[in-house]
Design a protein. Structure first.
Lengths: 421, 167
């Protein structure tokens, strides 16, 4: 019996020739990541273990991105805590505001994660790196503390579900975001609980690396432990000039065992909108255009990459943001910000009446930089629309791709790009 | 692990970590601060209503969403002795065990138990007695490795013991 890509990566890092789902293993970690929210708690737990130093100063990454640049004094102290720890431990990969970005945009961009890696991060969207063919998963601060100390943690080898996406969407605005929203809509927010999702098929391979990272990013929204896409030429092209270390390509065997195989033909798929208050609550955009909105957010670890900004700018170019609405554009990293400046995208956004923010997770989790008041509604390219996610418990978040978000910003209600262009 | 006794706070399906502890409070990791805002958008003034030992009972996919360990910490320090749910989100499950909060998978019990019921839970055996209805249930027992962590009082004491022994 063959193995899936997830099983192969876990086996290799556990020093085993084979693993099977359900097995508990100890596996060695290539990278351990935390941010300004989860890092301080992880450091506090690390201190209790009784070791002075992290397992490898080159493999622990701390990024202030959630409430950074600091939103208040307490947040500033949390940012200071991870910086001080980074200096004390002489970490090679601490990145200060102005030289970093949203962690899951930043790490792939900088080549800090590569195909074949085993990564844990104290952030649920660590599963993003599956888009490069790495096994990466979110953990809490205590698991992270143990990872920082020992360089390995225990895993239960997950079963895998294979998704085969066939066809070419007729609607040109359909993106990786719509594929993953459609999948979550189909299987539910616990449809892949404890499992690895493996995304395959021509519709997936036709996506850019940015689009693949978006898909893998939201695997957690179906409860998955990881979301993986086998590396191909596009992946290697993306990785080769960025990689700070060697990579390894793993692919699933033809006779690998899956708990389920789900085929989806995307030919007639329309852009998706996830209604409050679950990412699985999806409808096509055509069924959503009655919803009036107060705010649009374009950014986040899900959709804050250059391609996302390009698409939004294409729709907002020469248009004006609706007079009653705020549009907030957040490039995922400093490098993406610079690219957006050089390509004229920032000018398009500002001329349209949007604000362009420094990279931060801020509004996605209701931190700052775009909090919703009671009764307000937002269309957001982020990943969660839970009750109170972006502000007041009686506010609402509608999730979409960047094209829908940009069109909605112009019309002040959920809209298709066709209505604007 | 001791026998736990408390009154039930009943919740529904897909209770996410934003509901358990909203991100607006994540500028701190102080347990008491987090506990004072635990589940506040769902049960206002929870801290005035919970008696130490009370038990959270929920539906499917409890703790979905973010990896914030602040969520089980808030629950633990709010005074809850354990959580029973039909199923858990993966990261929340690990986090709860890691900080020494017993959480039990008990689908049948969770469907039957009502708000305000008085329960007695043996986390080691997974047995649940509902003293209000005199019904008894069996939750899923912990795998031995998980039980070992819980008996150490959480993952950090568990690992610290090993480090001390030089394993």
């Amino acid at each position: 019996m063959g193995m899936t890509i997830a099983e192969k990566i876990l086996a290799a890092h556990a020093g085993l020739s084979k693993v099977t789902p359900g097995e508990l293993i100890n596996a060695k970690l290539d990278l351990v990541l935390a941010n300004d929210i989860t890092g301080p708690l992880a450091i506090k737990e690390f201190r209790k273990i009784g070791l002075d130093l992290v397992f490898d100063k080159n493999k622990v990454v701390l990024i202030p991105d959630h409430f950074a640049p600091a939103k208040d004094i307490k947040s500033a102290e949390q940012c200071r805590d991870i910086k001080e720890f980074s200096r004390e431990q002489d970490l090679a990969h601490y990145y200060e505001v102005g030289r970093n970005g949203i962690e899951h945009c930043f790490l792939p961009e900088q080549g800090l994660v590569v195909p074949g890696d085993l990564v844990i991060g104290a952030d649920s969207h660590t599963c993003t790196y599956g888009g490069l063919g790495a096994f990466s998963t979110g953990v809490g601060s205590t698991d992270l503390a143990v990872g920082m100390a020992m360089g390995e943690i225990w895993f239960r080898v997950p079963e895998s579900i294979k998704f085969v996406l066939t066809g070419k969407p007729k609607n040109k605005w359909v993106s990786g975001k719509d594929y993953i929203l459609a999948i979550i809509g189909k299987i539910g927010v616990d449809g892949a609980q404890y499992k690895a999702m493996e995304f395959t098929g021509e519709a997936v391979t036709n996506l850019s690396v940015d689009g693949r990272l978006t898909m893998a990013n939201m695997a957690i929204e179906a409860g998955a432990k990881a979301g993986l896409i086998a590396p191909d030429d596009k992946t290697i092209e993306y990785v080769k000039d960025r990689a700070k270390k060697p990579w390894k390509v793993y692919e699933s065997d033809a006779d690998a065992k899956y708990s389920e195989v789900i085929e989806i033909d995307v030919t007639d798929l329309e852009p998706q909108v996830a209604f409050p208050h679950l990412p699985s609550n999806t409808r096509s955009v055509a069924d959503s255009t009655h919803v009036k909105i107060d705010q649009v957010v374009i950014g986040s670890c899900t959709n804050g990459r250059f391609e996302d900004l390009q698409i939004a700018a294409q729709i907002m170019k020469g248009k004006k943001v609706h007079p009653d609405l705020r549009a907030i554009v957040i490039p995922g990293t400093q490098q993406i910000y610079m690219q957006a400046v050089n390509a004229g995208l920032v000018q398009i956004f500002v001329e349209a009446g949007a604000v362009v923010s420094t990279p931060t997770c801020g509004p996605c989790l209701g931190g700052y930089m775009g909090i919703l008041a009671k009764g307000e509604r937002a269309v957001s390219t982020t990943n969660r629309n839970f009750v109170g996610r972006m502000g007041h418990p009686e506010s609402e978040v509608y999730l979409s791709n960047p094209a829908i978000a940009a069109a909605s910003a112009v019309l002040g209600r959920i809209a298709s790009p066709e209505e604007v262009l | 692990m001791q026998i736990l006794k408390g009154r039930v706070f009943k919740l529904g399906d897909d209770i996410d970590t934003d509901l358990i502890i909203a991100a607006r409070y994540l500028n701190s990791s102080e347990p008491e601060y987090l506990a004072s805002h635990c589940l506040e958008d769902l049960i206002p003034q929870l801290d005035e209503k919970v008696n130490p030992g009370d038990i959270l009972v929920a539906g499917r996919n409890f703790g979905c969403g973010s990896s914030r360990e602040h969520a089980p910490i808030a629950i633990k320090y709010a005074g809850f002795s354990c959580v029973l749910a039909e199923s858990y989100a993966r990261i929340f499950y690990r986090n709860a065990i890691n900080i020494g909060l017993p959480i039990i998978v008990a689908p049948e019990a969770c469907r039957a138990i009502k708000e305000g019921d008085k329960l007695e839970v043996d986390p080691r055996e997974g047995t649940i007695i509902n003293h209000t209805t005199s019904e008894q249930y069996k939750g899923e027992p912990f795998p031995p490795f998980i039980l070992e962590i819980l008996l150490s009082g959480g993952l950090i004491p568990h690992v610290a013991e090993k480090v001390k022994k030089g394993d």
